[in-house]
Design a protein around this ligand. Sequence first.
Ligand code: BTN
Length: 284
Amino acid sequence: MDQRDLERMLADLPLGQIRYFPKVGSTNDLASRFAQAGAPDLSLVVADEQIAGRGRLNRRWVTFPGAGLAFSLVLRPENLPIETSSRSDAWDRHTNLSRLTALGALSVCETLNEALPAMLPAQIKWPNDVIATRRKLAGVLVEINWSGDQMKSAILGVGVNVTPQAVPPENELDFPATCVEEVIGKTVDRWSLLHAMLNNLLEWRERLPTETFMHAWQGRLAFRGEWVQITTDSGAPAETIDELEGQVIGINPDGSLRLRLRTGEVTSLQFGEIRLRQIDRPSK
Ligand code: BTN
Protein backbone atom coordinates (compact mmCIF):
# COMPACT_ATOMS: atom_id res chain seq x y z
CA MET A 1 0.00 0.00 0.00
CA ASP A 2 1.11 3.55 -0.63
CA GLN A 3 -0.47 6.98 -0.80
CA ARG A 4 -1.55 6.63 -4.42
CA ASP A 5 -3.02 3.14 -4.03
CA LEU A 6 -4.94 4.13 -0.92
CA GLU A 7 -6.40 7.19 -2.65
CA ARG A 8 -7.39 5.04 -5.61
CA MET A 9 -8.94 2.38 -3.41
CA LEU A 10 -11.04 4.86 -1.45
CA ALA A 11 -11.89 7.08 -4.41
CA ASP A 12 -15.59 6.16 -4.38
CA LEU A 13 -16.05 7.38 -0.80
CA PRO A 14 -16.77 11.07 -0.09
CA LEU A 15 -13.71 11.54 2.14
CA GLY A 16 -11.64 14.67 2.74
CA GLN A 17 -7.88 14.54 2.30
CA ILE A 18 -6.21 11.16 2.67
CA ARG A 19 -2.76 10.59 4.21
CA TYR A 20 -0.97 7.25 4.24
CA PHE A 21 2.11 6.61 6.39
CA PRO A 22 4.19 3.41 6.54
CA LYS A 23 5.08 4.18 10.17
CA VAL A 24 3.78 6.72 12.70
CA GLY A 25 3.61 7.39 16.43
CA SER A 26 -0.17 7.70 16.65
CA THR A 27 -2.62 8.33 13.79
CA ASN A 28 -4.84 10.24 16.28
CA ASP A 29 -1.99 12.69 16.93
CA LEU A 30 -1.37 13.20 13.23
CA ALA A 31 -5.08 13.60 12.48
CA SER A 32 -5.38 16.12 15.30
CA ARG A 33 -2.51 18.19 13.91
CA PHE A 34 -4.02 17.84 10.46
CA ALA A 35 -7.37 19.09 11.81
CA GLN A 36 -5.74 22.06 13.53
CA ALA A 37 -4.08 22.93 10.22
CA GLY A 38 -7.56 23.08 8.62
CA ALA A 39 -8.06 19.58 7.18
CA PRO A 40 -11.62 19.25 5.90
CA ASP A 41 -14.33 16.99 7.30
CA LEU A 42 -13.68 13.26 6.82
CA SER A 43 -9.96 13.65 6.24
CA LEU A 44 -8.27 10.36 6.94
CA VAL A 45 -4.91 9.27 8.34
CA VAL A 46 -3.94 5.62 7.83
CA ALA A 47 -0.77 3.91 9.02
CA ASP A 48 0.66 0.48 8.40
CA GLU A 49 2.65 0.55 11.62
CA GLN A 50 1.95 2.53 14.76
CA ILE A 51 4.56 2.66 17.51
CA ALA A 52 2.97 5.03 20.03
CA GLY A 53 -0.71 4.32 19.51
CA ARG A 54 -2.93 4.71 22.53
CA GLY A 55 -6.31 3.61 23.76
CA ARG A 56 -8.66 4.83 26.44
CA LEU A 57 -7.27 5.28 29.94
CA ASN A 58 -3.86 5.85 28.37
CA ARG A 59 -3.41 2.21 27.48
CA ARG A 60 -0.83 1.34 24.84
CA TRP A 61 -2.10 0.22 21.43
CA VAL A 62 0.62 -1.13 19.15
CA THR A 63 0.00 -1.79 15.46
CA PHE A 64 2.57 -4.10 13.87
CA PRO A 65 3.30 -3.69 10.15
CA GLY A 66 1.01 -5.74 7.94
CA ALA A 67 -1.02 -7.02 10.90
CA GLY A 68 -3.81 -4.60 11.66
CA LEU A 69 -5.67 -1.46 10.75
CA ALA A 70 -4.90 1.87 12.39
CA PHE A 71 -6.77 4.88 11.10
CA SER A 72 -8.16 8.20 12.31
CA LEU A 73 -10.86 10.36 10.78
CA VAL A 74 -11.28 14.09 11.24
CA LEU A 75 -14.92 14.93 11.92
CA ARG A 76 -16.10 18.53 11.70
CA PRO A 77 -19.02 19.56 13.94
CA GLU A 78 -20.87 21.36 11.15
CA ASN A 79 -21.22 18.00 9.40
CA LEU A 80 -22.36 16.07 12.46
CA PRO A 81 -26.15 15.76 12.78
CA ILE A 82 -25.94 16.08 16.58
CA GLU A 83 -25.71 18.91 19.07
CA THR A 84 -22.02 19.73 19.33
CA SER A 85 -22.22 22.56 21.82
CA SER A 86 -21.74 21.41 25.41
CA ARG A 87 -23.85 24.35 26.58
CA SER A 88 -27.00 22.50 25.65
CA ASP A 89 -28.97 20.82 28.45
CA ALA A 90 -29.53 17.68 26.45
CA TRP A 91 -26.04 17.18 25.10
CA ASP A 92 -22.85 17.42 27.04
CA ARG A 93 -19.28 16.39 26.47
CA HIS A 94 -19.92 12.81 27.58
CA THR A 95 -22.81 12.45 25.17
CA ASN A 96 -20.72 13.61 22.24
CA LEU A 97 -17.86 11.36 23.18
CA SER A 98 -20.05 8.30 23.62
CA ARG A 99 -22.13 8.78 20.44
CA LEU A 100 -19.01 9.21 18.32
CA THR A 101 -17.31 6.28 20.01
CA ALA A 102 -20.40 4.17 19.34
CA LEU A 103 -20.31 5.32 15.71
CA GLY A 104 -16.83 3.84 15.33
CA ALA A 105 -17.60 0.65 17.24
CA LEU A 106 -20.90 0.06 15.47
CA SER A 107 -19.27 0.48 12.04
CA VAL A 108 -16.63 -2.10 12.92
CA CYS A 109 -19.31 -4.53 14.21
CA GLU A 110 -21.55 -4.13 11.18
CA THR A 111 -18.63 -4.66 8.81
CA LEU A 112 -17.47 -7.80 10.57
CA ASN A 113 -20.98 -9.18 10.92
CA GLU A 114 -21.29 -9.28 7.14
CA ALA A 115 -18.68 -12.08 7.31
CA LEU A 116 -19.52 -13.71 10.64
CA PRO A 117 -22.08 -16.42 11.41
CA ALA A 118 -25.07 -15.03 13.35
CA MET A 119 -24.04 -17.17 16.33
CA LEU A 120 -20.70 -15.37 16.65
CA PRO A 121 -21.57 -11.71 16.37
CA ALA A 122 -19.15 -8.85 16.87
CA GLN A 123 -20.42 -6.80 19.81
CA ILE A 124 -19.65 -3.59 21.64
CA LYS A 125 -18.09 -3.99 25.03
CA TRP A 126 -19.20 -0.67 26.44
CA PRO A 127 -17.96 1.91 25.95
CA ASN A 128 -15.38 1.50 23.16
CA ASP A 129 -14.22 -2.05 22.51
CA VAL A 130 -15.34 -4.45 19.82
CA ILE A 131 -15.34 -8.07 20.88
CA ALA A 132 -16.18 -11.38 19.23
CA THR A 133 -16.09 -14.78 20.90
CA ARG A 134 -15.75 -12.69 24.11
CA ARG A 135 -12.34 -11.43 23.10
CA LYS A 136 -11.33 -7.99 21.98
CA LEU A 137 -10.44 -7.43 18.35
CA ALA A 138 -10.80 -3.69 17.92
CA GLY A 139 -10.88 -0.49 19.93
CA VAL A 140 -12.07 3.06 19.29
CA LEU A 141 -10.54 6.22 20.68
CA VAL A 142 -12.37 9.51 20.13
CA GLU A 143 -10.61 12.71 21.10
CA ILE A 144 -12.44 16.01 20.85
CA ASN A 145 -10.82 19.35 20.38
CA TRP A 146 -12.97 21.95 22.19
CA SER A 147 -12.88 25.70 22.03
CA GLY A 148 -14.83 26.73 25.11
CA ASP A 149 -18.20 25.03 24.74
CA GLN A 150 -17.88 24.45 21.01
CA MET A 151 -16.44 21.39 19.33
CA LYS A 152 -13.76 22.36 16.81
CA SER A 153 -13.11 18.84 15.56
CA ALA A 154 -13.37 15.27 16.72
CA ILE A 155 -10.75 12.68 15.93
CA LEU A 156 -12.23 9.21 15.61
CA GLY A 157 -9.45 6.61 15.79
CA VAL A 158 -9.95 2.92 15.15
CA GLY A 159 -7.52 0.07 15.70
CA VAL A 160 -8.33 -3.43 14.49
CA ASN A 161 -6.39 -6.66 15.02
CA VAL A 162 -6.59 -8.30 11.61
CA THR A 163 -3.99 -11.09 11.57
CA PRO A 164 -2.78 -13.20 14.52
CA GLN A 165 0.48 -11.16 14.52
CA ALA A 166 -1.58 -8.18 15.71
CA VAL A 167 -2.61 -9.85 18.96
CA PRO A 168 -0.37 -8.81 21.86
CA PRO A 169 1.09 -11.51 24.14
CA GLU A 170 -1.29 -12.58 26.89
CA ASN A 171 0.83 -11.14 29.71
CA GLU A 172 0.35 -7.65 28.21
CA LEU A 173 -3.44 -7.86 28.10
CA ASP A 174 -6.02 -6.83 30.63
CA PHE A 175 -8.81 -8.37 28.57
CA PRO A 176 -8.49 -11.45 26.29
CA ALA A 177 -7.78 -10.55 22.67
CA THR A 178 -8.31 -12.07 19.24
CA CYS A 179 -8.17 -10.95 15.61
CA VAL A 180 -10.49 -10.80 12.62
CA GLU A 181 -8.82 -13.70 10.79
CA GLU A 182 -9.11 -15.99 13.78
CA VAL A 183 -12.79 -15.22 14.26
CA ILE A 184 -13.73 -15.40 10.59
CA GLY A 185 -11.53 -18.44 10.00
CA LYS A 186 -9.82 -17.24 6.84
CA THR A 187 -7.39 -14.62 5.61
CA VAL A 188 -8.78 -11.17 5.09
CA ASP A 189 -7.71 -8.25 2.91
CA ARG A 190 -7.05 -5.39 5.36
CA TRP A 191 -7.73 -2.70 2.80
CA SER A 192 -11.11 -4.09 1.73
CA LEU A 193 -11.97 -4.21 5.42
CA LEU A 194 -10.95 -0.55 5.78
CA HIS A 195 -13.11 0.42 2.79
CA ALA A 196 -16.13 -1.43 4.21
CA MET A 197 -15.66 0.09 7.68
CA LEU A 198 -15.45 3.61 6.32
CA ASN A 199 -18.49 3.00 4.15
CA ASN A 200 -20.48 1.79 7.16
CA LEU A 201 -19.24 4.71 9.24
CA LEU A 202 -20.36 7.24 6.64
CA GLU A 203 -23.81 5.68 6.53
CA TRP A 204 -24.21 5.52 10.30
CA ARG A 205 -22.98 9.06 10.74
CA GLU A 206 -26.08 10.36 8.92
CA ARG A 207 -28.23 8.44 11.41
CA LEU A 208 -26.39 9.48 14.60
CA PRO A 209 -29.38 11.22 16.26
CA THR A 210 -31.98 8.62 15.26
CA GLU A 211 -33.83 5.82 17.02
CA THR A 212 -32.38 3.47 14.38
CA PHE A 213 -28.89 4.31 15.60
CA MET A 214 -29.88 3.83 19.25
CA HIS A 215 -31.53 0.54 18.39
CA ALA A 216 -28.47 -0.75 16.49
CA TRP A 217 -26.17 0.34 19.34
CA GLN A 218 -28.31 -1.41 21.95
CA GLY A 219 -28.55 -4.46 19.71
CA ARG A 220 -24.77 -4.77 19.57
CA LEU A 221 -24.22 -4.27 23.30
CA ALA A 222 -22.24 -7.16 24.81
CA PHE A 223 -23.13 -8.86 28.12
CA ARG A 224 -26.80 -7.78 28.17
CA GLY A 225 -28.50 -9.51 31.07
CA GLU A 226 -25.11 -10.72 32.33
CA TRP A 227 -23.20 -9.72 35.42
CA VAL A 228 -20.26 -7.40 35.04
CA GLN A 229 -17.78 -5.75 37.33
CA ILE A 230 -17.13 -2.08 36.81
CA THR A 231 -13.98 -0.46 38.08
CA THR A 232 -13.91 3.28 38.35
CA ASP A 233 -10.33 4.39 38.10
CA SER A 234 -9.71 8.07 38.48
CA GLY A 235 -5.98 7.58 38.05
CA ALA A 236 -5.56 8.59 41.68
CA PRO A 237 -4.00 6.34 44.36
CA ALA A 238 -5.26 2.75 44.59
CA GLU A 239 -7.53 3.38 47.60
CA THR A 240 -9.78 5.54 45.45
CA ILE A 241 -10.58 2.77 42.95
CA ASP A 242 -14.22 1.74 43.31
CA GLU A 243 -15.69 -1.56 42.27
CA LEU A 244 -19.30 -2.12 41.39
CA GLU A 245 -21.12 -5.25 40.25
CA GLY A 246 -24.33 -5.27 38.30
CA GLN A 247 -26.38 -6.75 35.52
CA VAL A 248 -26.20 -4.96 32.16
CA ILE A 249 -29.61 -3.60 31.14
CA GLY A 250 -28.84 -1.29 28.22
CA ILE A 251 -27.64 2.10 27.07
CA ASN A 252 -29.35 5.43 27.72
CA PRO A 253 -29.65 8.00 24.90
CA ASP A 254 -26.78 9.98 26.49
CA GLY A 255 -24.55 6.92 26.11
CA SER A 256 -24.44 5.98 29.78
CA LEU A 257 -24.68 2.31 30.70
CA ARG A 258 -27.72 1.12 32.66
CA LEU A 259 -26.96 -1.49 35.32
CA ARG A 260 -29.11 -3.29 37.87
CA LEU A 261 -27.21 -3.62 41.13
CA ARG A 262 -27.49 -6.51 43.57
CA THR A 263 -29.86 -4.44 45.68
CA GLY A 264 -32.22 -4.22 42.68
CA GLU A 265 -31.52 -0.52 42.31
CA VAL A 266 -30.91 0.66 38.73
CA THR A 267 -27.98 2.98 38.15
CA SER A 268 -26.42 4.69 35.14
CA LEU A 269 -22.71 4.97 34.57
CA GLN A 270 -21.20 7.75 32.51
CA PHE A 271 -18.55 7.08 29.92
CA GLY A 272 -15.37 7.93 31.73
CA GLU A 273 -12.55 6.38 33.67
CA ILE A 274 -14.31 3.05 33.78
CA ARG A 275 -13.26 -0.52 33.02
CA LEU A 276 -15.79 -3.28 32.50
CA ARG A 277 -15.31 -7.03 32.72
CA GLN A 278 -17.76 -9.87 32.66
CA ILE A 279 -18.07 -12.04 35.79
CA ASP A 280 -19.81 -15.39 36.27
CA ARG A 281 -22.10 -14.33 39.08
CA PRO A 282 -22.09 -11.70 41.77
CA SER A 283 -19.58 -12.29 44.52
CA LYS A 284 -20.90 -12.49 48.07
C1 BTN B 1 -8.80 1.24 23.18
O1 BTN B 1 -8.61 0.03 23.10
O2 BTN B 1 -8.97 1.81 24.28
C2 BTN B 1 -8.86 2.04 21.91
C3 BTN B 1 -7.75 1.72 20.95
C4 BTN B 1 -7.73 2.68 19.78
C5 BTN B 1 -6.51 2.51 18.93
C6 BTN B 1 -6.58 3.35 17.69
S1 BTN B 1 -5.39 2.85 16.48
C7 BTN B 1 -5.70 4.28 15.55
C8 BTN B 1 -5.85 5.42 16.53
N1 BTN B 1 -4.56 5.98 16.91
C9 BTN B 1 -4.30 5.82 18.21
O3 BTN B 1 -3.27 6.23 18.80
N2 BTN B 1 -5.31 5.17 18.81
C10 BTN B 1 -6.37 4.84 17.86
